[in-house]
Design a protein around this ligand. Structure first.
Ligand code: FE2
Ligand code: FE2
Length: 260
């Protein structure tokens, strides 16, 4: 097996799914816990290469036990080398004191946010590594700038082996409790727009920022886009999403409409 081709009906929501697995390298979606009232649902991901692991936006306090239990199905916590945060929001990074205490990993985030993280309750900043606006690398992973989508310092991660792009909040969808699913394919892309549009129009900074991202990502030709909320775009739906975002008016473009 390389890419997951399961239908949405067959997805294991409790335990998560391998989005990519070639035996040596895995890209894992870590499943959903039970929704707590008023919390936005989040996706957490783990990349395993050989014996070593990287966590992507592992999330806040409410989901910590669930994420730990699913991570340890694939890897010992001691073997997590890197933890990556796309930006500073609490749904992304407020679990940082707990992750620092149960792993030996270093944490990577845009350097804009390093001095804000202590407010989540940590005193030792030595394991927090600020990344420059240009991105760079975390291990073998490519860190891609995607600023203003939505945070002013916003970084995402391209895995060159699986060709899966961890997309942070870009491509996020807001599900109801009763209708949620893991994959967006070409058949359900159009209905999925309804769950993305409000979020992108209000949170993403401008169409200029969107188009900058789309050009960059087209050159990477990812097979899947894995966002921090909502569903994973796979195969043909990747291009459909990029086309949709390329034409979206949002944020500063529609400030009159938003502020009315
Ligand atoms: Fe966010
Ligand atoms: Fe988010």
């Amino acid at each position: 097996m390389e890419y997951c081709t399961k239908s949405n009906a067959d997805v294991d929501i409790e335990n998560g799914e391998l989005l990519y697995d070639d035996g040596e390298h895995k890209f894992v979606w870590l499943g959903w816990g039970r929704l707590e009232d008023g919390l936005i649902q989040t996706n957490q991901y783990l990349i395993v290469h050989g014996k070593k692991g990287t966590l992507l936006d592992p999330g806040g306090i409410h989901i910590f036990p669930k994420v730990v239990s699913n991570v340890t199905k694939y890897i010992d916590l001691d073997d997590i080398e890197y933890i990556f945060f796309s930006h500073q929001d609490p749904d992304v990074s407020s679990g940082i004191p707990m992750w620092l205490s149960v792993t030996n990993a270093n944490v990577y985030i845009s350097e804009l946010w390093v001095r804000f993280l202590p407010h989540f309750g940590i005193t030792d900043l030595s394991r927090i590594k600020g990344l420059p606006d240009s991105g760079g690398r975390v291990g073998e992973l490519e860190v891609i700038p995607a600023h203003f989508l939505h945070a002013p310092g916003n970084l995402i991660v391209f895995d060159p082996i699986s060709k899966i792009l961890f997309n942070g909040d870009i491509g996020a969808a807001v599900f109801s409790d009763t209708n949620k699913y893991l994959f967006v394919d070409k058949d359900n892309f159009n209905s999925h727009i309804n769950l993305m549009e409000g979020f992108h129009k209000r949170y993403m900074a401008s169409s200029n920022a969107c188009r900058y991202y789309v050009n960059k990502i087209r050159s990477l030709a990812p097979k899947m886009l894995a966002p921090q909320h909502g569903a994973v775009f796979r195969f043909e739906a990747v291009d459909m999403f990029l086309n949709w975002l390329n034409n979206l008016k949002c944020g500063a473009d529609i400030i009159d409409e938003i502020s009315r």
